[in-house]
Design a protein around this ligand. Sequence first.
Ligand code: SAH
Length: 406
Amino acid sequence: MTASTHTQSAALPRVVLAKGREKSLLRRHPWVFSGAVARLEGKARSGETVDIVDHQGKWLARGAWSPASQIRARVWTFDAAEAIDTAFFIRRLERAQQWRNELAERDNLNSYRLIAGESDGLPGVTIDRFGPFLVLQLLSAGAEYQRAALLSALQTLYPDSSIYDRSDVAVRKKEGLELTHGPVCGELPPDLLPIEEHGMQLLVDIRHGHKTGYYLDQRDSRYATRRYVTNRRVLNCFSYTGGFAVSALMGSCSQVISVDTSQEALDIARQNVELNGLDLQKAQFVRDDVFKLLRKYRDDGEKFDVIIMDPPKFVENKGQLAGACRGYKDINMLAIQLLNPGGTLLTFSCSGLMTSDLFQKIVADAALDAGRDIQLIEQFRQAADHPVIASYPEGLYLKGFACRIM
Ligand code: SAH
């Protein structure tokens, strides 16, 4: 450490780790759990920047203090010379934007995840671009504490973009934060904003939609669906605003039934089919609980050629994992039973705690219970604007398989 960095960091409160608990930071994992902290030296407010040192006082990282959370600190930087200020956020944003520019050009996108939290070096920060709008989600005490610096960086880099806050997510409570929601600067988003995705136009409700308005992470799986659906009857479970349905119609399916519990989502799904000039006669929208409807279809002897199974996150913590496994197995078993021989199951899990290996086992068990043999023919993951930094494998949360029913 140089003298100047020492001076700079001397002013910061210090989190001293317990002996032997520096290993994960040395591997550049960005979290410090409460059990690893021996003490806080000095006073730090929630979210304030702290230096993190080992039990002998050796500097390890600079991060945000989060006293209410089990993740007691999240690392902003492993560089002792780097201060956490507007310039820091500008550098992180510029670095993230470079890759998105390449991707946007390659795949002709005007909407993508610009900042994927930890994997873009900004723990607790999600920023999605939808055309001229940037939608912000601040999920941690540190991210909230830096709100002004981050916004100033965004306004410097994107003076023509409008910014909208969608930090109305329950995880903020774990960090001791209130939920916030509303315009930050520029124009108010329209009720429904059309975005481009692999030749489709899709309407996004930035203000009231799920998450930041749309599930950008499934872009590549939606596109891949087209390969499996030509002249086939498709059931699109957990459809939300119908991205998979539009893609299936673009792939010339014979019929697609979209199921969701949200009428608002289904209404947008219908508009999305119309917006793309696709045949509404081939599209049906059913408001129902997928768990119930699959049983009803089974009892009625309904059959499909392709089933898309893209449920919401079932697992928030390890205690819920066993129950979630049963839920995943149940819907996948029912889906396999409903598929004709030669049919395809496109099945996904966006629960971070569900590893790809475990999910594969669940799908295998579901096939066993359904009394059918299945082949795994393609594997999916979150789209490339949701990268996973190698030191933080937890960043890989979305996985899926295309399975052929034998
Ligand atoms: N496939 C979508 C994203 C799905 S998000 C896409 O590509 O955009 C999960 C969806 O499941 C949400 O729209 C939510 O309303 C719906 N949902 C949650 N529980 C449900 C249930 N039990 N039955 C039907 N839909 C459900």
